[in-house]
Design a binder for this molecule. Structure first.
Ligand code: ATP
Length: 222
């Protein structure tokens, strides 16, 4: 069974708490086959029939993982947040079995550093990242906010009045604010790419990219 999953790019999800469950279901929705693993029979039961394969097992048990053919997968996510030892040992087991593309969830900065040290290539901190994101949203008119590592951000926001009612090419948005409008949404319509001819109207929403501070300033303008 696992061989087939691996061939079509399946993902092992270890730990089916809120994060792991949501991740597993989203992968399934996208057509990715998932092998979900958890020691808690209730968590396993709650996902039975909703993800391709869900098994009650201990991910720190090398032999149990080998039996499940975890080694046939090239991607795994360790979604155990509160038990650092279980998370680290699971990473060790995955590495031992040759699964190199490992994602891990960390609930603190020190846990993130430890996971990186044991070979977890992609460490995510959902609570920390979402907290930062909401801080940006709650401060201004931004409706969505994504920040990249280098201080670059993309936001969905209400445009300042000063740039409405004229083509973007004439609005001076780049020179005045130092940001680029990449998309626009008029109520009742889909998002479209912005061009120099696009006219932004009051009531529209825009997707803006640029340096974090600049997109924030742009978003805060009335
Ligand atoms: P949430 O995503 O709900 O915030 P959490 O960060 O609180 O989760 P935990 O509750 O520690 O994380 O673990 C998530 C899941 O991982 C739980 O369902 C737990 O049973 C499972 N789990 C913990 N240790 C192991 C293990 N060694 N093998 C398999 N599953 C495990």
């Amino acid at each position: 069974m696992a061989k087939h999953i691996a061939e079509v790019g399946g993902v092992v999800v270890i730990g089916l708490g809120r994060f792991g469950k949501s991740l597993a279901l989203e992968l399934e929705r996208d057509g990715v086959e998932v092998l979900g693993i958890d020691t808690d029979p209730r968590r396993v039961q709650s996902l039975a029939g909703r993800i391709t394969h869900v098994v009650e097992a201990d991910s720190t048990d090398l032999e149990a993982m080998r039996q499940l053919s975890v080694q046939d997968f090239d991607r795994a996510v360790i979604a155990i947040g509160t038990d650092l030892e279980a998370s680290v040992l699971s990473a060790f087991v995955l590495k031992t079995l040759g699964v190199d593309n490992i994602w891990g969830k960390a609930t603190s900065e020190s846990m993130a550093r430890i996971l990186e040290q044991v070979g977890v290539g992609h460490v995510v901190r959902p609570e920390h990242d979402m907290g930062r994101r909401v801080a940006h949203l709650v401060r201004g008119k931004m409706l969505d906010y994504i920040e990249f590592d280098d201080g670059y951000a993309i936001v969905k926001t209400v445009p300042p009045k000063a740039i409405t009612g004229m083509p973007l090419g004439e609005s001076g948005v780049r020179t005045k604010y130092g940001v680029t409008i990449v998309g626009i949404k008029t109520p009742g319509q889909d998002f479209t790419h912005a061009t120099p001819e696009t006219v932004v109207s009051a009531g529209d929403l825009v997707i803006v990219s640029g340096e974090r501070v600049k997109v924030e300033t742009f978003s805060a303008e009335d």
